[in-house]
Design a protein around this ligand. Structure first.
Ligand code: AP5
Ligand code: MG
Length: 216
């Protein structure tokens, strides 16, 4: 299964990707996570990306295309993968198609998570993750079962993203409408687009995603 998760910042791409990983055992390839790791490690890519990400602007296509092309060659992608937050521009979408053709693999589906813009700032500003295992939480919508303790690994250390501010969401949403939303039409025309209602609660969205995956 080779999937693309599409949606604005805070739509629930990462949340649903983590659940698909658990159920289907295929890896989540999040360009956002990979870039954040590069920033933390102060690599050349990280130094290029840091200020752009903090301001909510997109990192150049050439940078993310190279990251994904290399990542798709890893052994754990042989049985499928979930692209989370990539492609995000028409140039990246064309590059994805070329990469897959070259590697002799097909795209199974693109799942677009549809949400009302008004809730995105609340979703993003309430988000935090486990500093140890990366499990995602939310101040209101998804709390750990025991307050302050990660459900998955038991860690008591959590972190927030520097770009998760109400101000930066405005820039990120503009980038989404300008650069990423045209991909909805792009994949519709290719017969690959499936949509889910991202306004429903997390379990209901997962059930919709499961129904789509069962039909592939
Ligand atoms: P990236 O990390 O991809 O961020 P994003 O696209 O802005 O998306 P988010 O991760 O913010 O949202 P999400 O949809 O994953 O939501 P989540 O599931 O966490 O990219 C960051 C930056 O990196 C970009 O701005 C750019 O600079 C750069 N970048 C990355 N990829 C790039 C690319 N391809 N090209 C160029 N630049 C790139 O959910 C959010 C919160 O809501 C969570 O707390 C969750 O618990 C909660 N939640 C989720 N679903 C629900 C629900 N159904 N109901 C209630 N709450 C929910
Ligand atoms: Mg994410």
């Amino acid at each position: 299964m080779r999937l693309i998760l599409l949606g604005p910042p805070g739509a629930g791409k990462g949340t649903q990707a983590q659940r698909i990983v658990e159920k289907y055992g295929i890896p989540q390839l999040s360009t956002g996570d990979m870039l954040r790791a590069a920033v933390a490690a102060k690599t050349e890519v990280g130094l290029k990306a840091e200020a752009l990400m903090r301001d909510g602007k997109l990192v150049p296509d050439s940078v993310v295309n190279a990251i994904i092309s290399e990542r798709l060659d890893a052994d754990d992608c042989k049985g499928g993968f979930i692209l989370d937050g990539f492609p995000r521009t028409l140039i990246q979408a064309d590059a994805t198609e070329a990469m897959m053709k070259e590697k002799g693999i097909d795209l199974s589906a693109v799942i677009s998570i549809e949400v009302d813009d008004k809730i995105l700032a609340d979703r993003v500003s309430g988000r935090y993750t486990c500093a140890n295992c990366g499990a995602g939480y939310h101040d209101v919508n998804l709390k750990p079962k025991v307050e302050g303790v990660c459900d998955r690994c038991g860690s008591t250390h959590f972190k927030r993203r520097p770009d998760d501010t109400r101000e930066t969401v405005v820039t990120r949403l503009s980038a989404y409408y300008r650069e990423t939303s045209p991909l909805i039409g792009y994949y519709y025309a290719k017969g690959k687009l499936k949509t889910v209602d991202g306004m429903a609660d997390i379990d209901k969205v997962s059930a919709e995603v499961d129904r789509i995956l069962a039909g592939l």
